[in-house]
Design a protein. Structure first.
Length: 255
């Protein structure tokens, strides 16, 4: 059906219906995008928070563990070994558990490279520690001290440094994620503003079209009426609408 065949009331209601549909679309679109971004942000920050907390626990446990290990390896006093006898294996098991949890969460390429390096540094440090204990057990405290100073301590320093680097990497990831999601929220805000602006332009354009469709037939009818009123009954009235304008035209033609 052509728009010219619609009544004025039908045109108005059609226009209102289109505007309302677009308004609902804008609201649904903006809400869904905002909800989607928020859901992804919540999940990402929850995962990253777990990884950051685990890395901090890991670093703290390693520093405590290494203090015990070095104290135990550096002294010939069996009382020190006895003091840390149960604590060192328990803490070592906890560190291994945290390593597995961090890996299970998921690592990106830089994190995976650093994680593998940390695992290797830990393995080498444990091998050096085993050698120190073996030398101590054999009664060679001097050789154990040399192994501690030349191998174990440098390995421990590298291990702790890599753990700190891993923790810093997690902090950097948190900052990047915050910036990325903030940028996405800004894009969503601009998209919503763009849709609202388009809707306003449509309102202006629609009003202009409706006014034009109403005004022109009325002008034509006035012109015909004035012509007839002046005594010229030969004027022809074009009637090609099924609307209020058509009825007006018919009335003018019948005069």
């Amino acid at each position: 059906m052509k728009s010219t065949n619609l009544s004025l009331g039908a045109k108005l209601w059609l226009f209102i219906g289109v505007v309302m549909a677009l308004l609902v679309f804008t609201l649904v679109f903006a809400t869904q995008r905002s909800s989607a971004v928020q859901s992804r942000a919540d999940l990402a920050f929850e995962t990253q928070s777990k990884k950051t907390n685990l890395s901090l626990q890991w670093s703290g446990l390693v520093e405590t563990q290494l203090t015990r290990i070095i104290a135990s390896a550096a002294t010939p006093d069996p009382a020190v070994d006895e003091l840390f006898k149960a604590q060192i294996p328990a803490t070592s098991a906890r560190i291994t558990e945290i390593q597995k949890q961090v890996e299970a969460i998921g690592l990106n390429a830089p994190e995976k490279t650093l994680f593998d390096r940390i695992a290797e540094e830990r393995r080498l440090a444990l091998l050096s520690l085993a050698k120190v204990r073996e030398l101590k057990g054999a009664g060679d405290q001097a050789a154990a001290a040399v192994e501690l100073k030349s191998n174990l301590q440098p390995m421990v320093d590298k291990y702790v440094s890599s753990l700190q680097e891993f923790s810093d990497l997690q902090k950097g990831a948190n900052a990047r994620m915050t910036d990325e999601f903030q940028a996405e929220r800004v894009v969503n805000n601009w998209l919503t503003r763009g849709l609202v602006l388009a809707l306003l332009l449509l309102l202006v354009l629609g009003n202009w079209v409706l006014i034009k469709q109403i005004r022109q037939p009325l002008r034509d009818a006035i012109t015909v009426a004035e012509t007839i009123a002046s005594g010229d009954l030969s004027v022809k009235v074009e009637v090609n609408r099924r609307s209020e304008e058509r009825r007006v035209g018919k009335e003018c033609r019948s005069r």
